[in-house]
Design a protein around this ligand. Sequence first.
Ligand code: GLP
Length: 262
Amino acid sequence: MEIIIQPDAESASRAAARVVARLLREKPDAVLGLATGSTPLRLYQELIRLHREEGLDFSRVTTFNLDEYVGLGPDHPQSYHHFMWSNLFDHLNVNPAQIHIPDGLAADIQAACAAYEDKIVAAGGMDVQVLGIGSDGHIGFNEPTSSLASRTRIKTLTPQTVADNARFFEGDEAKVPHHCITMGIGTIMAARCVIMLAFGSGKADAVAASVEGPVAAMMPASVLQHHPVAKFFLDEAAATKLTHAPYYRWVYDHKPGWQHDV
Ligand code: GLP
């Protein structure tokens, strides 16, 4: 794992955007795994800026989103479809036919999940997967006790995640769907590179447990210790519980020039 601690969320997001931009310049038809939540917003804003100001081209890119709430259609303001279009896709030249987000209204959820996995395989797998982290350590919507080998499927949100996400539903937990479709942990682990973003003190415990704790289904993001190319982009607040933070900073500051991709 590579732990990159930046002074604030803006600089951490810009550093993560440089990894994505470099990938796209080397491989214009890259497959991007994308995330929702408040955390990746600054990354998406930077990608939009790079597209507008530096011509970063998304025309040949394929995207797969991590998850979607069951029961919310694309027009629902809190659906992840709506989130992705308004915060990213509307501002880039991505081919709409190449955009994939789980269908929260699928009549046959199991078949839709299997088809989603097939599409990821047919596209060649994700070159990079962007992740945020839940305060309970979830990635996508893989809640604690999710199988570390799981694939795209329906999951039930924990009460903590329902409470955390109620802020997007006028603070009303009753409005938060309890079920979701999410890529599995095995699906995420198959990406060739993982970019984890975590900002703010509310993520500090989950980040420390994921990076320095044991690998455990109770802390889903800890599985990234098994990933060969996992990069954590943190702000200072999210890094406060890391006991080896000085070492991570030293490593980053002394990376050989040839290795510097961020
Ligand atoms: C949701 C999403 C996750 C996201 C998490 C954290 O549960 N399914 O992908 O990482 O929220 O959200 P935020 O970035 O708003 O803290």
